[in-house]
Design a protein around this ligand. Structure first.
Ligand SMILES: Cc1ncc(C[n+]2csc(CCOP(=O)(O)OP(=O)(O)O)c2C)c(N)n1
Ligand code: SF4
Length: 244
């Protein structure tokens, strides 16, 4: 029988711990396919975050390192500067990248580090039970905003990609979403472009933001979560290329 669908070589053949309807698994697959297709597996090192993707190294079959909350861009900087021939990418949630790690990502982009960042925006801290993240939408109910995020108390959703796109050291920034097959195909193109830039020696930081469903922390069914992304989330986080 002809095989029409296969697992990328860079993805391990195992069951994941992600919840049904979670976007992390899709994002992992896009990275694995990209690394296979660009032939980068032997020289890529990934950095896993502290959120639900803390175990990304159990799924991505390549060299991976785990670092403390938000510190991935700082560690990536050291790794790339000491190993310029390697492809270094960080994989970070919005709690990791936009809360505790705000300083690290801003300064890595500002310095124009030659790294690739895959930024998963699911509008909450998923792993720790669904607390408000900087990316939480106004009115969104989380465990720490039980009445909905109020701009007067908790501020506004942080548009990280727009912020980073202003920095000269960031050479490519694109926001994509994982909530529809056609958009997933676009996301794949963006992830591939970000890795290709680094492989080509482009002088600066590339980042792909992936809007990603978190049905568990949003207290929604996977189907409702997709609808919420379509109707609410992309209004605040419009899709498209912001730079490069
Ligand atoms: C230095 C540090 N502070 C706090 C934590 C607790 N912590 C673990 S995961 C997490 C939130 C992660 O959320 P996010 O990055 O959005 O990832 P998600 O789980 O949503 O994929 C927090 C606060 C930690 N592990 N380390
Ligand atoms: S809590 Fe959210 S981000 Fe974490 S695995 Fe479940 S759906 Fe995914």
């Amino acid at each position: 029988m002809q095989k029409v669908f296969t697992k990328p070589q860079s993805l391990k053949d195992c069951t994941t711990h992600y919840c049904p309807g979670c976007g992390h698994g899709i994002a992992h697959r896009l990275i694995a396919e990209t690394i296979d297709e660009l032939g980068l597996r032997g020289r890529t090192i990934g950095i896993a975050p502290v959120g639900c993707a803390v175990l990304a190294y159990d799924y991505l079959d390549m060299d991976m390192i785990e670092v403390a909350h938000g510190r991935a861009p700082a560690v990536a900087t050291g790794m790339k500067r000491t190993n310029p021939d390697k492809i270094i990418f960080s994989y970070q949630g919005d709690g990791d990248l936009a809360a505790i790690g705000t300083g690290e990502i801003i300064h890595a982009a500002h310095r124009g580090e030659q790294i690739t960042v895959i930024f998963i925006n699911n509008a909450v801290f998923g792993m720790t039970g669904g607390q408000m993240a900087p990316t939480t939408l106004l009115g969104q109910v989380t465990t720490t905003t039980p009445l909905g995020r109020d701009p007067l108390k908790q501020g506004y959703p942080l548009q990280v990609s727009e912020l980073l796109a202003m920095l000269p050291g960031a050479i490519y920034i694109e926001r994509c979403s994982l909530h529809k097959p056609a958009l997933i195909r676009n996301a794949k193109k963006a992830v591939k472009h970000a890795f290709q830039l680094q492989a080509d020696g482009a002088k600066g930081l590339s980042l792909v933001e992936l809007l990603s469903p978190c049905p568990t922390a949003w207290r929604m069914t996977p189907t409702k979560a997709i609808e919420w992304m379509e109707n609410e989330m992309i209004k605040i986080f419009p899709l498209g290329r912001l730079k490069g």
